[in-house]
Design a protein around this ligand. Structure first.
Ligand SMILES: [Zn+2]
Length: 257
């Protein structure tokens, strides 16, 4: 008989209420992909889970395989860093990261590379938060998904920068920068294009170090806002494309059954 218990390391993406006392907790795990499981009695004051299953918590979990949903049977905290829970900026950024992962990753599909990226961005948010952490994570995630943005050639005519005299726009549906003649997307500055190139190259660490201000200052940098806005647009275009392709498969399945 196969055991119905299994263990994994996971990061809590979100939780939602279930009935009077329970919650469904959504984890991204190292080996089992995205797992939804019921934490029974977690909303009681004397819950055995305490505060260990909050979004962004890094935990070792023992799951009990259920017929529809699995059940959380044991939780151990791996990293008890909770200093960020008091920092509104960090929590807002963490929510954005957790939400894009939750939207992108289907249940039960192992994605060890994305788990490691989430582990990394969690640490960066804790140690060196800055307005560039979320957009950098989204660009990297899109690259892993096979939709790395084109930043060196116009997605319309294929011209490189020198011939076209610089790129002026970014089209998130076409997935890259555009020259003046081909422009259909939103305007983009040279600084933003260069920052995105750095993020997607080996210079990401240096970019994040430079953006981090130990004094806790969060100055509004227009280039950072521009890159964040483009990352959100590109992510939405990717999710929409994928949902549309899934929709087509579902309709096809209905007809063939
Ligand atoms: Zn062009």
């Amino acid at each position: 008989m196969t055991s119905r218990l299994y263990r994994d390391t996971g990061i809590v993406l979100r939780t939602y209420r279930l009935g009077e006392a329970d919650r469904i907790v959504v984890f991204l795990t190292e080996n089992n992909g995205k797992v939804r499981a019921v934490a029974k009695g977690i909303r009681k004051t004397r819950s055995k889970f305490g505060g260990r299953l909050e979004p962004l918590s890094l935990v070792n979990v023992q799951f009990h395989r259920g017929t529809s949903l699995d059940v959380v049977s044991q939780v151990e905290t791996v990293d008890a860093s909770t200093s960020m829970y008091g920092d509104l900026d960090v929590m807002t950024e963490a929510s954005a990261v957790l939400e894009v992962v939750d939207q992108l990753i289907p249940d039960r599909e192992p994605v060890p590379q994305i788990f490691r990226m989430l582990l990394g961005v969690r640490r960066t948010l804790l140690e060196k938060p800055s307005p560039l952490v979320v957009p950098a994570f989204i660009w990297k995630l899109l690259a892993v998904e096979g939709v790395r943005p084109e930043l060196d050639r116009c997605v319309g005519c294929g011209d490189v920068e020198s011939e076209a005299g610089g790129f002026v726009a970014f089209d998130s549906t076409m997935g890259g920068v555009q020259c003046r003649r081909c422009r259909t997307g939103v305007g983009v500055s040279d600084r933003a294009v260069s920052l995105m190139r750095d993020m997607l190259s080996g210079r990401l660490g240096a970019v994040l170090d430079a953006a981090y201000d130990p004094a806790g200052q969060r100055l509004d940098d227009p280039t950072a806002s521009e890159v964040a806005d483009l990352a959100t647009r590109a992510f939405e275009a990717h999710v929409e494309r994928r949902l549309r392709s899934l929709g087509i498969f579902e309709r096809h399945d209905e007809r063939s059954s």
